[in-house]
Ligand binder design. Structure first.
Ligand code: GLU
Length: 293
């Protein structure tokens, strides 16, 4: 079996124990399978990415015993590829410009007929305010400085997902011999629980969901290993892979490493940063043991 996996941190803060878990799991599996472990720098958000953090990430991973082929792919160097993918989706008539601010969305969702707002993998499920303007854009070029949303109903129709023909993605287990469970969502579940996600941001270009799909395909990633917090985002990624005619990797969404209070670790939790444990004199083996590897 070909096995190519990647660890794709954003250089916006120190790596913590959750990152160490993801990276080590990917590296160990790639080693066991005679496959490839890639490091990708997800520096799409240039307002927050810092070269110091990129250097620290590489230093921490090297200390953990990991290695990867250099140079690494960096999202900040791949804008042309993301723009080409956006163009294709625009030409399919599946994107529309959206001028809503977060506040507009919250206000629209507080209307009595809307019911309780639903938080999906791309934030609050969009109430569709700007969808009506779609017709005015037919036949026009793609605006490059506007927020663009995916017309999810149109996208699902295009890839043949219906209420009786749900969308599935393939998973794999930490023990590759274990039978995977392949999660599914129906058309209705995707429309109500995910909705018209943002694929390009005004002034910032491609959004994460679009970039990650283009990156994984460009790097021929066969196995994606990442935290359970991204489980539902994988439905979005699967839809984009099908629309763009890209092959689908298999996914492993691992448990999240939590702090003593059960809270998910965030980049700002410096106390759990790998660097903090290094400074305290912990060995890479002791750190592995701490996270159950
Ligand atoms: N840069 C993303 C993150 O750190 C990558 C997520 C992914 O693995 O797709 O959350």
């Amino acid at each position: 079996m070909t096995f190519t996996t990647r660890f794709a941190p954003s250089p916006t803060g120190p790596l913590h124990l959750g990152h160490a878990f993801s990276a080590l799991l990917g590296f160990d599996l790639a080693q066991a399978e005679g496959g490839t472990f890639l490091l990708r720098i997800d520096d799409l958000d240039q307002s927050r990415a810092r070269p110091e953090w990129e250097a620290q990430i590489k230093d921490d991973l090297t200390w953990l015993g990991l290695s990867w082929p250099e140079p690494c792919r960096k999202q900040s160097e791949c804008h042309a590829e993301y723009e080409a993918a956006l163009d294709r989706l625009w030409q399919m008539g599946l994107l529309y410009p959206c001028r809503c601010t977060r506040r507009d969305i919250r206000e629209a969702l507080s209307a009595p007929q809307e019911g309780a707002p639903i938080e999906g993998p791309d934030g609050l499920v969009y109430p569709g305010t700007c969808r009506a303007e779609r017709a005015a854009w037919v036949g026009r070029g793609r605006p490059t400085n506007r927020t663009l949303r995916l017309d999810m109903a149109g996208a699902l129709e295009r890839i043949g997902v219906t209420d009786t023909r749900p969308l599935r993605f393939e998973t794999f287990m930490q023990d590759l011999n274990d039978a995977p469970q392949n999660p599914e969502k129906s058309r209705e579940e995707i429309l109500s629980g995910i909705g018209d996600v943002v694929l390009a941001r005004r002034d910032a270009g491609a959004a994460y969901h679009l970039a990650v799909v283009v990156d994984d395909a460009a790097q021929a990633v066969t196995h994606v290993i990442r935290g359970a917090d991204l489980h539902d985002a994988t439905f979005i990624h699967t839809i984009l892979q099908d629309l763009l005619g890209l092959s689908r990797p298999r996914y492993l969404h691992h448990r999240l490493i939590r702090d003593a209070a059960g809270k998910r670790l965030a980049k700002r939790d410096d106390a759990r940063a790998i660097a903090t444990y290094r400074d305290q004199g912990l060995s890479p083996q002791e750190l592995r043991a701490m996270i159950g590897l």
